[in-house]
Design a protein around this ligand. Structure first.
Ligand SMILES: [Fe+2]
Length: 152
C-alpha cells in the first residue's frame, strides 16, 4: 500500500486503541490513493467500495470517541460532536457524488480527505487525549480484534 499518508508520531494521540482506529482510516485513504494511481479497470467500483467503507468506519470510530467523551464527562463534547457530524456529512457527500458520477477521485479530492483526517486528529483529537489520560484512560488500551484488514 502507498504511503500517501504515512503514520507518524505527529498524528498519534498517545492512546493505542484510538491510534489503531485512526490507522484504519489512514489505510483506507492510502487504498483510495492506490485505486486512483493504478487506474485499474474496476477503479470506479473499488473507489465506491472504499468510500462506503470510509463513511461506515468513520461513523463507528466517531461513535467510539463520543462514548468515551460521555463516560468521562469531556467538557468539549458538544463542540467535538458537532465537528464529527460535519466531517461525516462531508465524506457522505463525497461518496454520493462519486456514486452518481458527479465527481471523480482525483488528487484534489485526495488532498482534501488527507487534510480532513489529519487536521481533525492533530487539532481536535489531540485536545481530548490528555484529558482522557488524566481521567484514567490507559495509553495501552487496545482491542486487538479491531486490528486487521478492513477490506476483504
Ligand atoms: Fe474526533
Amino acid at each position: 500500500m502507498s504511503q500517501f499518508i504515512a503514520w507518524s508520531d505527529e498524528i498519534s494521540v498517545g492512546i493505542q486503541e484510538i491510534d489503531e482506529q485512526h490507522k484504519q482510516l489512514v489505510n483506507l485513504l492510502n487504498s483510495l490513493f492506490d485505486a486512483m494511481v493504478n487506474n485499474a479497470e474496476d477503479r470506479a467500483q473499488v473507489t465506491r467500495k472504499i468510500l462506503a467503507e470510509l463513511f461506515r468506519y468513520t461513523s463507528v470510530h466517531f461513535a467510539v470517541e463520543e462514548s468515551l467523551f460521555r463516560i468521562f464527562n469531556y467538557p468539549d463534547y458538544e463542540n467535538h460532536k458537532k465537528n464529527h457530524d460535519k466531517l461525516k456529512a462531508q465524506v457522505r457527500e463525497i461518496y454520493l457524488q462519486v456514486q452518481s458520477g458527479e465527481k471523480r477521485i482525483d488528487s484534489k479530492l485526495l488532498v482534501f480527505l488527507r487534510n480532513w483526517l489529519t487536521s481533525h486528529i492533530m487539532e481536535e483529537d489531540k485536545a481530548y487525549a490528555g484529558f482522557l489520560i488524566n481521567q484514567g484512560v490507559k495509553k495501552s488500551w487496545v482491542k486487538k480484534s479491531w486490528l486487521g484488514k478492513l477490506l476483504g
